[in-house]
Write a protein that binds this ligand. Structure first.
Ligand SMILES: Nc1ncnc2c1ncn2[C@@H]1O[C@H](COP(=O)(O)OP(=O)(O)O)[C@@H](O)[C@H]1O
Ligand SMILES: Cc1ncc(COP(=O)(O)O)c(N)n1
Ligand SMILES: [Mg+2]
Length: 548
């Protein structure tokens, strides 16, 4: 049920406005702080060791408090902290809220909001202001005046009108000042679909195309960028947002995490954008980092339980619970990296007298765009040492290194991902262990397997054997028809594998199949005297084919 903003939550309480006044008048007023420069000078002079000032990106959130701690000011502070920014806060309203929804709203008097804004903006070198719940026209106006008096690097406006639970958080009369006054000052506005609809007089938003139209219309109110968020389009299997910079539309996709813990996603997203902007990121990069953060946080929090209502909070500080190798990692997979996929084979390396490290070094020198260590017979300790050495080479050349099947080895050497077959651990289980920042590939022979890989959260599929191969005995060959069937059905990028060599690679890529991004090669690179020469040759064949 929608709760309309009100001045007092409970009739038995004293008028909350007067309680606040009492607090204000009974607390002794401090003299205004000295100008920032003078203070900084004094502080530095007092400490000889403070020779260098360390920048601390600073976001000021102007938003409502959520007693449940999942959204509003509480979410903003946690999100900024998780991304390494300092977060100060101007509280515009205090809500009585839990996992069931919003039970009451108590608006902070406008003059006291102005006072909070003055206190922070006059002293604390704010980089970016992020707005959340602005409950009334007066509050929006106070904010606009303060921003004119104390300009900041960027303004992120999350036009919070309706919470994820469906409760109203801002009077409908604020719509006009949002549109006419605040949006023109904003670097980005981030409405969800319900808010975008309200801002545009109730148009219905059902599809991504509707979201694009809405982004374009909202852009006309004056913000530099618009992000229409599709978290609440529950029928969509992806969580798709539409970004518009006045010229180009960019769709940002995330896996839709199956969880009830989505309370505070919008506040978090906007605070993450603000944090990244405060660090100096471009707008698109800031939005991408923010989206990845929300997706990762929901993924890690999907089974947490607090409260009995339908919408729970999530864990912004999930990285503290992750093993150290996951800290700071972001999804980094680019499907084009599948272009020339080199897969090592321990038998072949032994035969030609090279170490795994030498084989990988040579493949990268020849132009491999991704490498997989497929060491079925190595001893664990020996394999791990080799994998660590290969990681160093791959890291310095920017080529991702995946480990076949062995999640333990991948974790121990901090590899970029794992490739699994149909009889290995599922992609879903691998994801649980590796986290969202890693690449997961699955070998698939059928559309059903490709669908399952997508459901399980894999990043790509390997499809084959396209041709007969010596590396897998009794492996049914799919041929071009089988490859085509899987590529057409796949929602993930595909790399073709199995018997691919210099004489047939061109014909595979010339099929021009949807989702087919490259070929994975074993013997044709590694069962040869010169890995560098074979890889170079394969690269030029693929490059020439993709040009024609
Ligand atoms: N279940 C989910 N899985 C992944 N991302 C989600 C999910 N729900 C929301 N998001 C993302 O969270 C961000 C906030 O969006 P949304 O929930 O639409 O905003 P609001 O919280 O303002 O209603 C968006 O990037 C959206 O795509
Ligand atoms: C005080 C406050 N501010 C904002 C929201 C929006 O929350 P959500 O991000 O879930 O839409 C909220 N529920 N409460
Ligand atoms: Mg939401």
């Amino acid at each position: 049920m929608a709760a309309a903003p009100q001045q007092s939550v409970h009739p038995s309480l004293p008028s909350s406005t007067s309680t606040l006044r009492l607090l204000i008048s009974s607390s002794p007023r401090r003299p205004p702080p000295p100008p920032p420069r003078a203070r900084r000078y004094n502080r530095l002079a007092a400490s000889a060791s403070a020779a260098r000032e360390m920048p601390w990106p600073h976001v000021l959130t102007v938003a409502g408090s959520d007693s449940g701690g999942g959204a509003g000011i509480q979410a903003d502070i946690k999100a900024c902290a998780a991304l390494g920014a300092y977060c100060s806060s101007v509280v515009t309203a205090v809500t009585a809220q839990n996992t069931a929804g919003v039970q009451g709203i108590h608006v902070v008097p406008e003059e006291f909001i102005r006072e909070q804004l003055n206190s922070v903006l006059s002293d604390m070198s704010v980089d970016v202001v992020k707005t959340g719940m602005l409950p009334s026209i007066g509050v929006v106006r106070v904010l606009c005046e303060s921003l004119k008096k104390f300009p900041v690097k960027a303004l992120v406006v999350d036009p919070v009108m309706v919470s994820t639970s469906g409760d109203t958080l801002s009077e409908s009369s604020t719509l006009s000042v949002y549109r006419d006054e605040l949006f023109a000052m904003a670097d980005i506005v981030t409405p969800n679909v319900k808010e975008a609809s309200r801002l545009l007089g109730g148009v219905s938003l059902r599809t991504v195309s509707d979201m694009r139209n809405a982004a374009e219309s909202i852009y006309k109110f004056g913000p530099k960028h618009v992000l229409v968020k599709g978290g609440d389009m529950l029928e969509s299997s992806d969580a798709t947002d539409v970004f518009f910079d006045g010229k180009e539309f960019i769709e940002l996709h995330a896996h839709r995490i199956k969880t009830h813990n989505t309370h505070g996603t919008g506040c978090t997203l906007a605070s993450c954008i603000a944090s990244e902007l405060a660090k100096g990121a471009t707008m698109l990069h800031a939005v991408q980092v923010a989206k990845n953060f929300v997706e990762s946080a929901l993924h890690h929090s999907k089974d947490l339980v607090i409260g009995n209502g339908p919408q729970g909070p999530f864990d912004h500080l999930f990285k503290l619970k992750c093993p150290p190798y996951n800290v700071g990692s972001q999804p980094s997979f680019k499907p084009d990296q599948l272009f020339l996929y080199a897969v090592t084979d321990s038998g072949m390396n032994k035969k030609w007298g090279r170490s795994i490290k030498e084989a990988v070094q040579a493949a990268i020198e020849g132009g491999a765009t991704i490498v997989q260590l497929r060491e079925k017979d190595s001893e664990t300790r020996e394999f791990l040492e080799a994998a660590k050495a290969c990681m160093e080479i791959c890291k310095s050349s920017g080529v991702p290194l995946l480990i076949n099947d062995r999640v333990d080895i991948a974790l121990a050497c901090n590899a970029d991902g794992v490739h699994v077959g149909q009889s290995d651990m599922s992609a879903h289980e691998v994801r649980e262990l590796l986290g969202l920042g890693k690449i997961i590939g699955v070998s698939c022979k059928t559309p059903a397997q490709a669908q399952q890989a997508w459901n399980d959260g894999a990043d790509y599929i390997g499809c084959g054997g396209v041709f007969p191969t010596s590396t897998k005995a009794n492996n049914p060959t799919l041929g071009f028809d089988g490859l085509k069937t899987v590529c057409l059905a796949s929602k993930l990028p595909v790399v073709a594998i199995g018997g691919i060599n210099a004489s047939n690679a061109g014909s595979v890529m010339e099929l021009g199949l949807p989702n087919l991004k490259g070929v994975a090669v074993v013997s044709a690179l590694f069962d040869r005297p010169s890995v560098v020469a074979e890889t170079r040759n394969m690269k030029s064949i693929l490059t020439n084919t993709s040009r024609t």
